[in-house]
Design a protein around this ligand. Structure first.
Ligand code: 1CP
Length: 348
């Protein structure tokens, strides 16, 4: 772990529930396609997967939004799909289509061919990139590590690509629940190892992305997703955890009971409702509509102020309700970031 003290520790102080001089701000998917500087680095390599696996370049694009957008945290540049790959199911990233798995999981024998990921053998590149980022950041801002939630990873491994319905993955929950549990448990163990390796390398906070939580009925969300997220939260105590389960509205109280410091909420969630269901202790992260950044500067500022007023001055990390859309102009992102900084300091 790096010992350089953080110069900007707003995010960590907020997560500890301390009163701060303003609200910290960062954006999900800030390291990526919105920045021409990112596209320039990626163009020099064979593609996305090589970028993820090249620690020097992954470190470079992780730091870009700190330099260019002046956010209060960096998030390590990687993808949630490195876990299936380390378990024996490689992915490809197809331009304008997204991730594709040449092989998928359909049967018990497919699972027999997979293993719990061995991080030092198969996934050392992310902890390596984290070490480089920590060194280069030299304490400027904290670094967020991340992983997908087991259900979201499972959904890609069964389906073989993105999907509106993830019908094959959802069918397995009804048709072969024991098989689903077997794979979910392997993903969970791989994820715990992976997050621990990220923390050992220097991640100050870790976030779990359950991007596809919202397609499950509440009973399946609790049975096949939350249960495994809970295992992860109970296994990781070295740094604070953020759980972001997009669309899991009906289970928001149960999410609030997880052993995590922060709960991410999406833009369809009413902020006051979330606070009342989750309770006063947890920090909330979010939740401006990502599409609000298409508006003109005046409207972005107004929407940002309204969000900050509703969350209140404490226990809030400003962010969007999901990842920033790739065609948003960096100037509009900067407008959001600057307004969070200026307006939230007046709220104290
Ligand atoms: O360069 C490119 O064109 C590829 C685009 C891209 C990028 C920049 C992908 C493909 N992944 C990433 C990086 C990434 N992925 C990060 C980087 C750190 C940051 O946030 O800045 C993170 C946190 C992720 C996480 C991720 N990957 C999630 C969870 C978060 C979310 O947005 O819901 C998911 C679902 C993925 C899968 C994935 N990877 C890439 C795409 C296009 C997708 C989604 C495909 C789909 O809709 O199914």
């Amino acid at each position: 772990m790096s010992d350089s003290p953080l110069k900007n520790d707003l995010l960590l102080r907020t997560i500890r529930g301390e009163k701060t001089e303003r609200t910290p701000v960062w954006l999900m998917r800030q390291a990526g396609r919105i920045l021409p500087e990112y596209r320039a680095v990626r163009a020099k390599l064979s593609g996305f997967v090589e970028l993820v696996k090249t620690p020097e370049r992954a470190a470079e694009v992780t730091i870009q939004p700190v330099d260019i957008l002046d956010v209060d945290a960096a998030i390590i540049f990687s993808d949630i799909l490195v876990i299936p790959e380390a378990m024996g199911l490689p992915y490809e990233m197809v331009e304008s289509r997204g991730p594709v798995f040449p092989r998928t999981v359909r049967s018990a024998s497919d699972i027999d061919r997979l293993k719990v990921a061995d991080i030092s053998d198969d996934l050392a590149y992310t902890p390596e990139a984290i070490k480089l980022v920590k060194k280069e950041l030299d304490g400027r801002v904290p670094l967020i590590g991340f992983a997908g939630a087991p259900w979201t990873i499972f959904a890609y491994m069964i389906e073989g690509s993105g999907s509106k319905t993830f019908s094959k993955a959802r069918a397995m929950l009804y048709q072969q629940p024991e098989l689903a549990d077997r794979l979910l448990q392997m993903i969970t163990e791989s994820t715990i190892r992976y997050l621990r390796a990220q923390i050992e390398a220097g991640a100050d906070v870790v976030q779990i992305f359950d991007s596809w939580a919202g397609i499950l009925p509440p009973i399946h969300f609790e049975r096949f997703s939350l249960r495994y997220i809970r295992q992860i939260c109970e296994a990781i105590h070295q740094v604070p955890i953020t759980v972001f389960a997009k669309g899991a509205y009906a289970s928001i109280s149960q999410i609030g009971q997880l052993d995590c410091a922060t709960v991410g909420i999406d833009w369809n969630t009413d902020i006051r409702h979330a606070r009342s269901k989750i309770g006063a202790e947890k920090v909330l992260q979010g939740n401006l509509d990502p599409a609000a950044l298409y508006a003109d500067f005046g409207e972005i500022q107004q929407a940002t102020r309204q969000m900050l007023d509703t969350f209140g001055a404490e226990r809030h990390i400003a962010n969007l309700g999901h990842g920033v859309y790739p065609d948003i102009s960096p100037d509009h992102v900067r407008c959001f970031i600057n307004e969070v900084k200026e307006y939230s300091s007046k709220l104290r």
